[in-house]
Design a protein around this ligand. Structure first.
Ligand SMILES: [Zn+2]
Length: 162
């Protein structure tokens, strides 16, 4: 695998080299120390991140945001959904947000709301609560028929009594 040892700095024209330096990710005043890989210019302050480099600061930012805002990180959303035995599509349909919402939550491209985070926390604590949400079977036919026969039985019972 050939990877260029240096790239040209687009700011000063000097050489940029691969390095990993101590840095700090900040969110709403909260700080997290990170070891930030990237291309660092030898001659000026310019820094360039490739996709993997950016993922380091991004994951630190996600960690900070979930702590500061008290919401669930993507890994927790995925863990709880799997614990409940739901596909991403099922989770979106049952818990709200739409068919693609959990795909976004779990890939980190969208944040769970506080309401969704709280709902997932409750379900994580007591997965049996899920049954309270999923009591709308689409086949209302048999239920209607059953109710009708029950009514008939009631009428027959009252006729017999009266
Ligand atoms: Zn430079």
């Amino acid at each position: 695998m050939k990877k260029k040892k240096t790239i040209l700095c687009h700011t000063c024209g000097g050489n940029m080299v691969r390095d990993t330096r101590s840095d700090t990710a900040t969110y709403k005043g909260r700080e997290l120390a990170i070891q930030q890989p990237g291309w660092y210019c030898r001659d000026c302050d310019e820094v360039v991140f490739d996709a993997d480099d950016a993922a380091v600061v991004e994951s630190a930012f996600v960690k900070l945001k979930t702590e500061v805002d008290n919401i669930l990180p993507p890994s927790e959303v995925q863990r709880i959904r799997r614990k409940l035995g739901l596909s991403q599509r099922q989770a979106g349909a049952l818990l709200g947000g739409g068919p693609r919402s959990f795909q976004k939550y779990e890939s980190g491209t969208d944040w769970v709301t506080k309401a969704m985070a709280n709902l997932l926390r409750l379900l994580d604590h007591d997965p049996r609560l899920l049954r309270k949400l999923s009591r709308n079977p689409p086949d209302s036919g048999p239920a209607t028929r059953r109710r009708r026969s029950t009514l008939r039985a009631d009428r027959q019972a009252s006729a017999a009594n009266g």
